[in-house]
Structure formats: structure tokens, C-alpha cells
Design a protein around this ligand. Structure first.
Ligand SMILES: Nc1ncnc2c1ncn2[C@@H]1O[C@H](COP(=O)(O)OP(=O)(O)O)[C@@H](O)[C@H]1O
Ligand SMILES: CC(=O)N[C@@H](CCC(=O)OP(=O)(O)O)C(=O)O
Length: 298
């Protein structure tokens, strides 16, 4: 009798998948990957669990994931309970002082701690932060202030993250930050993720969302654009192919790449384990924006 007759084909598949991940684990161990977590992956319980497990696994094999989270749908729910109507302009929330109080309570309080608890539950070691902690992010009021206390990122000081990452903690960051006068501002979470990725000189910026990636026609899921150069990405914005919430995502990919991040990916958070598919497979998934053309999978 062959000594390995009791080994099932499932077991064989499992170890071969693990073995194939080795070059990726070696490549990304000790490297920083900034992940914007939001959209459907944040709303559905089963997907939440899959994202937490993926992040814990990345940290376990020595990759240094840094999570920036959104929470737009949950802010809307709380505004509705308080009879405040949510308003958006070009994908950004118009934020009056009352709305800002809700944004801060929901993002820095509820959502941040739900993610930290979820990660800790699956064996990750997560630490929650907002832009205020360790003066991580300083905001600047956007434009002429007609959007209210909506901020751009004026400055990032990532020094608070280094000891956390070196000790294996997963930082979980909400996109609320003070301006130079200490006034809390609401910043789009994609924007914070992009600037943070640049400040950390991250290997990758990965934005999880509720579409397969950037679509040539946003109503046709099969029209996915798999790879884009910086100039092609800029053109999609000026040509109006990219609109609404996809605009800050595409813009932040462009800014991150222009500041030295190696690759930026917009991927489908509705696909279970999309994070691992992106990091540990040759083909990757979603749309990849690269600084220099010709790279197939950075
Ligand atoms: N070209 C495009 N490809 C894909 N999605 C697009 C495009 N243009 C606009 N969108 C819109 O952008 C949305 C994603 O942005 P958003 O709702 O802010 O995501 P999230 O909540 O994940 O941050 C998509 O659901 C889609 O409606
Ligand atoms: C200025 C602005 O629009 N801020 C966002 C911040 C949260 C966010 O970005 O959440 P999602 O990623 O889930 O959309 C907002 O208030 O909704």
C-alpha cells in the first residue's frame, strides 16, 4: 500500500496553493501594504469576516498591512436617525458642524472599534487610530469651504506607525483629522489611504470597493479595465468615464503612484478573499494602476 493513500485531493490542493504563495510571501514580507476597507466588504457580515482573516493572515506571514477604513453607509444611517439629510458633491459628503459630529462619532468610535475587535477576534493584533493620534494626519479645509469641514490631507507624519508595525500590530485608521487649529475635518477615506501609502512608501495601495474595478462602461461589469498607466487614469477622469465615488479613488491612486508607491489596485470587495487573490496570485484581480507601463502584476 502506498504510504500516502490517506491524503485527500483537497489536502493536496491546499498545500500546493500554500506552496505557490511562497514567492509572494517572500516578496512582500516586511513590506507595507495600505488597504482602504469600505463598500460592500464592510457591510456584509460574511465578507467582513473574510477581510479580517485575510488581514490577519497577511500580518501572520510578515506583511505589514495598514488599514484605512470608510463607513459612508453607516454615517448615512445615523444621519437619517437624526433627521439630517446626507448630501454629496462629486462623491464627497457636504459636512456642516452637526454632520461632522456624527461623522466623528461613527467613524472614530463605532466603525473603527468594530474593525479592531473583528481583527482581534480572528487572531490579528489591531490598534485603532484616527488622524489625531500621534499627529498622524493634518487636514486642510478643501477648496473655499463650501463643502463645510471637508478636508484634504495637508501633512502625514507616519512615525507613530513604525513601532506598531515593527511589533506586528495592524494599524486601523479612520479618516477624521484636525486642521492646524485643531478643528476636526472629514476626509474621504480613499484620499487618506493614498497619502498614507505615499508617506509610508508602501509597496501597494489596495482600495476595496463594490465594483470589479474601474469599468470602461460603469453599467457593464464585464468592461473591467485590468491595467492602466498614470496618464490613462488621468484621461478616464477628464473624459468622464470615471465619476462619483470612483473619482477620489482614481485620483488617490494617481497621487500615490506619483509619490513613489509601486502599484495601486482598485478591487472588488464583494469577492470573498479578494485581498489574498490580489497579493498572492499572479493574475491579481481588479484594476491595477502603475507608474510605468508594461508591468503585468506588481
Ligand atoms: N468607470 C467606473 N467604474 C466603476 N465604478 C464607477 C465608475 N464611475 C463611477 N463609478 C461609481 O463609483 C462607485 C464606487 O465608489 P463609492 O461608492 O464611493 O465606493 P466605496 O463606498 O467602496 O468607497 C461605484 O459603485 C460606481 O457607482
Ligand atoms: C468627505 C467624505 O466624503 N468623507 C467620507 C468619509 C468616509 C468614507 O470615505 O467612507 P466610504 O469609503 O465608505 O465611502 C464620508 O463622510 O462618507
Amino acid at each position: 500500500m502506498s504510504p500516502d493513500r490517506h491524503i485527500s485531493s483537497e489536502d493536496t490542493l491546499r498545500v500546493s496553493v500554500l506552496s505557490e504563495a511562497l514567492p509572494y510571501i517572500q516578496r512582500f514580507a516586511g513590506r507595507r501594504i495600505v488597504i482602504k476597507y469600505g463598500g460592500a466588504a464592510m457591510v456584509r457580515e460574511d465578507l467582513r469576516e473574510a477581510v479580517f482573516r485575510d488581514l490577519a493572515l497577511l500580518a501572520c506571514v510578515g506583511v505589514q498591512p495598514v488599514v484605512v477604513h470608510g463607513g459612508g453607509p453607516e454615517i448615512n444611517q445615523w444621519l437619517e436617525k437624526l433627521a439630517i439629510e446626507p448630501r454629496f458633491q462629486d462623491g464627497l459628503r457636504v459636512t456642516c458642524p452637526d454632520t461632522m459630529d456624527v461623522v466623528e462619532m461613527v467613524l472614530v468610535g463605532r466603525v473603527n472599534k468594530q474593525i479592531v475587535n473583528g481583527l482581534n477576534r480572528v487572531g490579528g493584533r489591531a490598534v485603532g487610530l484616527s488622524g489625531s493620534d500621534g499627529a498622524l494626519v493634518q487636514a486642510r479645509t478643501m477648496g473655499d469651504g463650501t463643502l463645510g469641514v471637508v478636508g484634504d490631507v495637508a501633512r502625514v507624519d507616519p512615525s507613530v506607525l513604525s513601532p506598531l508595525l515593527a511589533s506586528g500590530y495592524i494599524p486601523v485608521i479612520s479618516s477624521v483629522a484636525p486642521n492646524a487649529d485643531g478643528q476636526a475635518h472629514n476626509i474621504n477615506a480613499d484620499t487618506v489611504a493614498g497619502e498614507l501609502a505615499a508617506a509610508l512608501q508602501a509597496e501597494k495601495l489596495i482600495l476595496l470597493t463594490d465594483t470589479p474595478g474601474i469599468l470602461r462602461d460603469r453599467n457593464v461589469p464585464t468592461s473591467l479595465i485590468r491595467q492602466l498607466s498614470l496618464s490613462e487614469a488621468r484621461r478616464l477622469i477628464t473624459d468622464g468615464v470615471v465619476e462619483g465615488g470612483m473619482t477620489p479613488k482614481t485620483e488617490c491612486c494617481i497621487r500615490a503612484l506619483a509619490q513613489g508607491v509601486k502599484a495601486a489596485h482598485i478591487i472588488d470587495g464583494r469577492v470573498a478573499h479578494s485581498l489574498l487573490l490580489e497579493v498572492f496570485t499572479n493574475a491579481g484581480i481588479g484594476t491595477m494602476v502603475v507608474g510605468s507601463p508594461g508591468l503585468l502584476h506588481a
